[in-house]
Design a protein around this ligand. Structure first.
Ligand SMILES: *Cc1c(COP(=O)(O)O)cnc(C)c1O
Length: 369
């Protein structure tokens, strides 16, 4: 029997019928990029949706990380997590900053605040945590440490679109937060991203930085880069914003079914919702204890693949294992035992807004044994 491929994600797409009038309007305006009409509309709409005062749109989710470091003039060493997508650490490297890896908390998979202080040196200028899988970091504890040592905090919130804690946006934490609107994320503009800050002057500087440093026709205030989002993707983003709540609810229903089915499977762990948190269900990671489950993570991963069900081992290998970084002292596995354990046991199950019951059951039946 031919089984239909079940992918780990599926992009949220606006209907083409809805999109065409926007394209017609962009064609009529003949203003394609550089803070155009739809770019301004999308910034406004996102500020409202995300409950933040200032947002700067970017052409992807990596450039805001790089520009955040530039905007805050971060140098020297930055404390970060090895359990993330490589772009987090690459942004430091591209700024000539030395990443210092700190181990993660086994319950949240986020940087372990209890281990941050030991990694601080006189060269440390900032902390760059990641809200992995959209689970909020311990932002209070991290801020206490940052305040004590005079460090900046930049959150890579690429997974945390729409996440709220006690009714407040997670993007309020720290000095700045970055988002990715890549096609695979909960909310997408095909490629895209944003930088969230709390101050009008800072937003202005970010907007200069993403446009080569131009502050006027002939004024260059900083060695900026080109990170601008265009009108076509801004319009697409406006349409997708209208359906993102429905998509997140769809994901929540998938998570409920997965949890129900996996609750009593020995050797398979998963994450529960956190009290007071509005989650976005961006990923559904499971953690395999090979001894108890009777099969290793990689055996299960291959078994799923063989049956046309694509999981993803996010995040394996750890960033600290890649050639660029593995020579760093902090990249030593002895320094990162929890991160290694999690990286060796995780599989993210297929998770998106239009995963139907048949597909969900096929995934579940491959895991329940
Ligand atoms: C996706 C992602 C990025 C990079 O975003 P792009 O839009 O692909 O450039 C950065 N950090 C994390 C944690 C991500 O998952």
């Amino acid at each position: 029997m031919d089984e239909k491929l079940i992918t780990v994600t599926s992009p949220l797409l606006p209907s083409l019928d809805d999109f065409l009038p926007y394209l017609q309007d962009i064609w009529d305006r003949k203003w394609l990029t550089n803070n155009g009409h739809y770019h301004q509309e999308l910034e406004k709409a996102l500020c409202e949706y995300l409950k933040v005062p200032y947002i700067s749109l970017f052409t992807n989710g990596t450039l805001p990380l790089m520009c955040a470091l530039q905007a805050l003039r971060i140098t020297g060493e930055v404390i970060t997590t090895p359990f993330s997508f490589v772009a987090t650490t690459h942004s430091l490297w591209w700024n000539g900053i030395k990443p210092v890896f700190v181990d993660i908390d086994p319950d949240t998979c986020n940087i372990d605040p209890a281990k941050i202080e030991a990694a601080i040196t006189p060269r440390t200028t900032a902390i760059m945590p990641v809200h992995v899988y959209g689970k909020p970091c311990d932002t209070e504890r991290i801020q206490e440490i940052a305040d004590k040592y005079g460090l900046k905090v930049i959150y890579d919130a690429a997974h945390a679109f729409g996440v709220e804690v006690d009714g407040k946006s997670i993007l309020e934490a720290g000095d700045m937060s970055t988002l990715s609107f890549h096609a695979t994320k909960v909310y997408n503009t095909i490629e895209g991203g944003a930088l969230v800050c709390h101050d009008e002057k800072v937003k202005r500087r970010i907007d200069y930085l993403k446009n080569f440093g131009f502050a006027g026709e002939t004024t260059i205030v900083a060695p900026g880069i080109n990170g601008k989002m265009d009108e076509v993707r801004s319009a697409y983003g406006l349409l997708n914003l209208k359906q993102v709540d429905t998509a997140i609810e769809g994901r929540r229903q998938v998570a409920i079914k997965y949890r129900e089915a996996l609750r009593n499977v020995e050797g398979v762990g998963f994450m529960e919702d956190m009290l007071g948190v509005r989650h976005n269900y961006s990923y559904f990671p499971i953690f395999i204890d090979a001894e108890k489950y009777g099969m290793t993570r990689d055996e299960l991963y291959s078994r799923m693949k063989g049956r046309q069900v694509l999981g993803r081992r996010y995040f394996y290998p750890l960033i600290s294992e890649f050639p660029t970084y593995r020579g760093l002292e902090s990249a030593s596995p002895d320094n990162l035992p929890v991160a290694h354990k999690v990286a060796d046991s995780v599989i993210c199950l297929p998770m998106h807004h239009d995963l139907d019951t048949g597909a969900i059951n096929r995934v579940i039946n491959l895991i329940v044994r």
